[in-house]
Design a protein around this ligand. Structure first.
Ligand code: ADP
Ligand code: MG
Length: 255
């Protein structure tokens, strides 16, 4: 994205974002609630239009991009409601669509990828259950499995661990670390990194629709110092001078 602006309901939500993700990076997009993280992710994928600037996927503007099998997207949550009682297996299988030719029945490769994805998130024994009956954290695991099933080169995940229990977060970290070791690219939004933290190679902090920090992940800092960690502690850093802005050798842009 170069000079990306997005307005929603007449309000500037992204205000001049320059961001380039390189192959093999594991980028955490951090920031307070409402800072524009989801809007950034959606704009990068062409799901919301830019009012100014431009963005490209593998060198192609989203409107002309056709190679969707290269990208796996985990949205922030499943849409609630809806009358169609999809099973876990159906939702995960939908992750293969970009790989399938029209009217072709699913192949052995499709079935194997779906089974691997279900196993990776610990839902293989529940594949026939309706997703509507699942908890929020379990639905999030279904969405992760859907992205895994597509075997994309790049994973774009919006708060993949929100509402997900600790064991499943550790599972996701394990799965992602294998994918990263095999050269995949990951862009993920997180409130707290938890077990994903060791995987992160770069942190992009969004503040009021702009990039406030782009560089070192907050590895030595811990979850308490992450932006978006809302409650105050007696030892809280001053709002404008937390450890993220102090780490040496990182590019920090002001507002
Ligand atoms: N469809 C929309 N219409 C109007 N405003 C929106 C819409 N979606 C998000 N916003 C606003 O844009 C801002 C950024 O939202 P979002 O990108 O979801 O932030 P984050 O993911 O960092 O919590 C928020 O103030 C939110 O209320
Ligand atoms: Mg969001």
């Amino acid at each position: 994205m170069t000079g990306g602006h997005v307005s929603l309901d007449g309000r500037a939500v992204l205000r001049g974002v320059d961001l380039q993700i390189r192959a093999g990076e594991v980028v955490a997009v951090l920031g307070a609630n409402g800072s524009g993280k989801s809007t950034l992710i959606r704009a990068l994928l062409g799901l919301v239009p830019l009012s100014a600037g431009r963005t490209e996927l593998y060198g192609v503007p989203p409107a002309r991009f056709r190679d969707w099998k290269r990208v796996g997207y985990v949205p922030q949550r499943l849409l609630a409601g809806g009358g169609v009682p999809s099973t876990i297996r159906e939702v995960v299988a939908s992750g293969r669509i970009a790989r399938q030719r029209r009217l072709r029945p699913s192949s052995a490769a499709d079935r194997a990828a779906i089974a691997r994805a279900l196993t990776a998130v610990g839902l293989a024994d529940r594949a026939g259950d309706p997703v509507a009956a699942l908890s929020g954290g379990q639905q999030q695991r279904v969405l992760i499995a859907r992205a895994l099933a597509g075997e994309p080169e790049t994973f774009v995940m919006d708060e993949p661990t929100a509402g997900v229990d600790a064991a499943s977060q550790a599972n996701l970290a394990d799965t992602l670390s294998k994918l990263v070791a095999s050269g995949r690219t990951v862009v993920l939004v997180a409130h707290e990194l938890g077990p994903l933290e060791p995987l992160i190679s770069r942190a992009v902090v969004i503040k009021n629709g702009r990039v406030a920090h782009d560089g070192e992940p907050p590895s030595a800092v811990g979850a308490h110092a992450l932006p978006g960690h809302d409650h105050l502690h007696p030892h809280a850093e001053p709002a404008e001078g937390g450890p993220l802005t102090l780490s040496p050798g990182t590019a920090t842009t002001g507002e």
